[in-house]
Ligand binder design. Structure first.
Ligand code: SF4
Length: 373
């Protein structure tokens, strides 16, 4: 019995294929034991017939739907450019958005767009074939980003940060050209936490990736629909859906000295020692107690005066930089806000997701998923 329990525990640590084999073994052992002991086993839960693990599609779509509602990411008539690097995150994002699109109370379109950075070996043909077969509208933009990075990368900058800025610049230019008013990026909850740690450890500030960010040019809005989804869940979803993931083919890929990778490692060690740490950190992002920090700008504002001594009564408290993101090129960014001209989810009846997902009540603390491993 003990070995059966330990096997059951270890099931969580295997990929879906191994898991399904082990699950089969577990069920068969339990069945044999039950007949020996003359006990009746509970029936299998719906969706696990045949021993295959429960699909992640609906649970993850619910999470994405809730993020869209919480931050009013998508509105009626939007045309969303989905940035497709060919990695697991972008595939998951596109498919979850497409699943929701067919069920959403508002009408919106998706356009998959890949920025080819010009690295030799980048397989755009795999992406083109996949999107054609699946019926997604698709555009690939060829660029010389790889060349520009090699020639002009400033001392102290990293491949990834410069690459991200250049790619964002291309996306900001492309979106209006392709008739898109939103740009969806595949950053997930782990990305948000890694950025949170990096900003504190290396930049001396507390900030992360905003779920919605409006560019000051008034043309582009960046959204992150996967902000409530853990990377580990995306990995399992990718295995389940069989996305043809391709490599970015760049020399920095897999470099373990990169700060982001170190943050990832740190978080996974902490999570292994103290389960739930990541979930708590993610909750902290939406539960700020500014009066318990040392930022005098917020303290003054909370006390009713600005540092200049003018009253702030009745005004929204905001830091001097709003929630601008440091990485984006192609236009400085400002704080997001609802677009009054368009009907949002408040004005439209209906639900974004399956039953059980409601608009959050005012003051409700979000119930976030437990952190992945
Ligand atoms: S790994 Fe390569 S392609 Fe990816 S962000 Fe870094 S530099 Fe860009």
């Amino acid at each position: 019995m003990r070995s059966v329990m330990s096997m059951r525990y270890s099931l969580h640590n295997f990929d879906s294929q191994k898991m399904s084999v082990l699950q089969e073994e577990f069920v068969s052992i339990m069945t044999r034991m039950s007949s020996l002991l003359q006990i009746e086993l509970p029936r299998r839960r719906r969706g696990t017939a045949g021993g295959s693990p429960r699909s992640l599609l609906k649970p993850l779509a619910r999470r994405v739907g809730r993020a869209i509602e919480d931050f009013r990411m998508i509105e009626d008539g939007d045309r969303v450019l989905c940035a497709m690097s060919g990695g697991k995150d972008s595939y998951a994002m596109l498919h979850l958005l497409d699943y929701l699109r067919a069920r959403a109370p508002v009408r919106f379109e998706l356009l998959a767009v890949t920025v080819d950075q010009g690295y030799r070996g980048f397989q755009t043909d795999v992406l083109e074939r996949y999107f054609r077969e699946k019926g997604f509208a698709y555009h690939v933009e060829r660029t010389n980003i790889a060349e520009v990075i090699d020639d002009t990368m400033p001392l102290g900058d990293t491949h990834c940060s410069m690459c991200a800025r250049l790619r964002r610049g291309v996306l900001y230019r492309l979106a209006p050209e392709l008739g898109c008013n939103k740009i969806a990026l595949g950053h997930h909850a782990d990305d948000l936490l890694e950025t949170l740690l990096m900003s504190q450890f290396f930049n001396g500030e507390i900030c992360s990736m905003p779920p919605i960010l409006r560019a000051r040019d008034g043309r582009n809005t960046v959204i992150r629909p996967l902000c409530y989804v853990w990377e580990e869940e995306i990995i399992r979803f990718t295995a389940e859906a069989g996305f043809p993931v391709i490599c970015c083919a760049c020399p920095a890929c897999g470099d373990n000295s990169l700060k982001r990778r170190q943050m990832k490692l740190l978080l996974s060690r902490l999570e292994a020692d103290h389960g739930g740490i990541k979930s708590s950190l993610l909750r902290a992002l939406s539960n700020i107690r500014a009066e318990h920090l040392l930022d005098r700008r917020f303290l003054s504002a909370l006390a009713g005066t600005t540092t200049a001594g003018t009253t702030t009564a009745g005004r929204k408290i905001a830091g001097p930089r709003g929630n601008a993101e440091p990485a984006a090129s192609g236009g400085a960014a400002g704080p997001p806000g609802p677009t009054p001209e368009k009907p949002g989810l408040d004005e439209k009846p209906g639900r974004w997701t399956s039953p059980g997902i409601h608009r959050p009540d005012a003051g409700r603390k979000p119930v976030l998923p437990a952190g992945g491993s």
